[in-house]
Design a binder for this molecule. Structure first.
Ligand code: MG
Length: 488
């Protein structure tokens, strides 16, 4: 689940080991079978974009090309009712800050779905939120909830409108996952942490209104709000808190799952069954602890959800899972067995099918041996599907030589009839994919590191597994490019 984009950089090792990392934590298949048909329904702007023979570079995809296929759970196979879940997160974070004695004026502020957008970046010490272009230029920024003018952005970040810390992050998002950079910059990349942007901004406003009234707040560079938000997220999502009943977030979901969780489309479940029965090696890889994963997966995928996969890995600690040499631990009775670390050379699937933590190399080797019946060194193609652009797309692509499918509900940002439209679009921040014709950082990550970008799993669930999906664009969006993202 949670990749809370929540990295626990200031926590002790014990805390880190007990926290669900989410920082890294969302139907309508339109059967465009040919690129030409895709283009035929798109705008004349799109036709302009695809001039100059760029048709030659159109991306395509066929799921049966892959031998080993991994799936993220939260936001991928399991979707949430965002209209209920995001306000719950907001409410709990505000409550947490009030317990930390934040100014009471914070309670007067309201949930504002329009201020929320996936992919915002926290400039923690300045109390700012920023939205970046692909090259790192700041497209929009706020101090607290107030949007900065262009001149103010240049006053704070320089004429180039670039923040050096953000440049470091763009150059190597994984190096910034922990360590000094992550104390200054946070990315809010999934629906488990996007409410944090609003709470952070409103808390900065509350302090400016009541504590820093005689300060030039745009020059102030030592806000301490983010560490409190982070500890609030840890309180909500720490894995031990599901069993102990000490997280109001988990308790709300336990008491009212139908309010927060969606049943996974039967066609998606059927796709998994078909892939597995055709001999593909399927695994589920989630940041959630096994007890919470079992709770949500049982609701969404059914009580026999484990049977859909050859292997289940919980508390996987992505993105490190894809490139670090962490040991697997056994799961038993919905909990990780203490001190059950398995040697890195062990044959995983000879010892069960549900594990915690671990590493990609060992999992891949065992899946190849037991499912594909071939040596890992023989060519096998791997695919990973997930919604977090860094841990589910960038990391597997760059560190584990996999192709990746990016799930982005923001592809519905111009579809006002979409049920969760209010959460996934923001008129304040503008398109998730571009602003004034310039691609955002996240658009470029999708374009560069994903094989395909879809709004939901349902989109590909009823495409025959051996059928080639042709995107109709070189960026990988299917069935078509979200409106408004085109570079002018
Ligand atoms: Mg996810």
């Amino acid at each position: 689940m949670f990749n809370l984009g929540v990295r626990c950089v200031q926590s002790t090792k014990i805390q880190v080991d007990t926290v669900l990392f989410t920082l890294v934590k969302l139907r309508n298949y339109v059967s465009f079978k040919t690129a030409a048909r895709c283009l035929s329904v798109n705008t004349n702007i799109q036709r302009r974009f695809y001039s100059n023979n760029t048709m030659l570079n159109l991306k395509d995809f066929c799921i049966s090309d892959y031998d080993v296929i991994g799936f993220d759970l939260d936001g991928t196979l399991l979707r949430y009712n965002l209209n209920n879940m995001v306000p719950l997160e907001y409410e709990l974070l505000v409550k947490y800050l009030m317990e930390k004695k934040y100014p009471r004026v914070l309670l007067d502020k309201q949930f504002d779905s329009d201020f929320i957008q996936k992919g915002l970046i926290v400039d923690a010490e300045r109390g700012n939120l920023i939205k970046l272009a692909a090259d790192g230029e700041i497209l929009k920024a706020t101090h607290g909830t107030r949007f900065l003018s262009s001149a103010e952005i240049e006053d704070v970040y320089g004429k180039s409108r670039k923040w050096d810390i953000a440049q470091d992050y763009i150059n190597d998002p994984l190096s910034a996952w922990n360590g000094p950079v992550s104390e200054k910059l946070r990315t809010l990349l999934d629906y488990f942490d996007i409410a944090a942007s609003l709470v952070f901004a409103q808390a900065v406003d509350a302090l400016d209104e009541t504590v820093y009234t005689n300060t030039n707040v745009l020059q102030k560079n030592d806000y301490k709000v983010w560490p409190d938000i982070l500890s609030g997220l840890i309180q909500m999502y720490s894995r031990d808190h599901f069993a102990s009943g000490t997280s109001a977030y988990f308790e709300a979901l336990k008491q009212n799952p139908e309010k927060y969780l969606l049943k996974t489309d039967q066609q998606v479940i059927q796709l998994l069954r078909e892939l597995r029965s055709s001999g593909k090696a399927l695994y589920l890889l989630t940041g959630s602890n096994i007890d919470f994963a079992n709770f949500t997966a049982s609701y969404a995928l059914g009580p026999n959800w484990r049977d859909l996969f050859n292997c289940v890995v919980s508390f996987a600690k992505k993105p490190g899972f894809f490139f670090m040499q962490r040991s697997f631990l056994q799961n038993n009775n919905l909990s990780e067995v203490p001190n059950s670390e398995m040697p890195l050379q062990d044959d995983l699937l000879a010892k069960g099918k549900s594990f915690s933590q671990g590493n990609w190399e060992q999992l891949n080797e065992s899946l190849c041996k037991h499912v594909l019946r071939k040596d890992v060194n023989k060519t096998s193609r791997s695919l990973y599907v997930g919604d977090n652009l860094i841990q589910d797309v960038y990391a597997p692509y760059t560190k584990a030589s996999m192709d990746a499918i990016a799930i982005s509900e923001e592809m519905f940002e111009n579809k006002s009839s979409y049920e969760y439209y209010k959460i996934i679009q923001s008129s304040s921040w503008g398109s998730y994919f571009n602003l004034n014709g310039r691609p955002t950082l996240w658009f470029s990550v999708i374009e560069n590191y994903s094989k395909l970008c879809i709004s939901q799993m349902d989109v590909i669930a009823n495409v025959p597994v051996k059928e080639k999906i042709q995107c109709g664009n070189q960026h990988g969006f299917f069935p078509n490019v979200p409106n408004g993202q085109l570079v002018q």
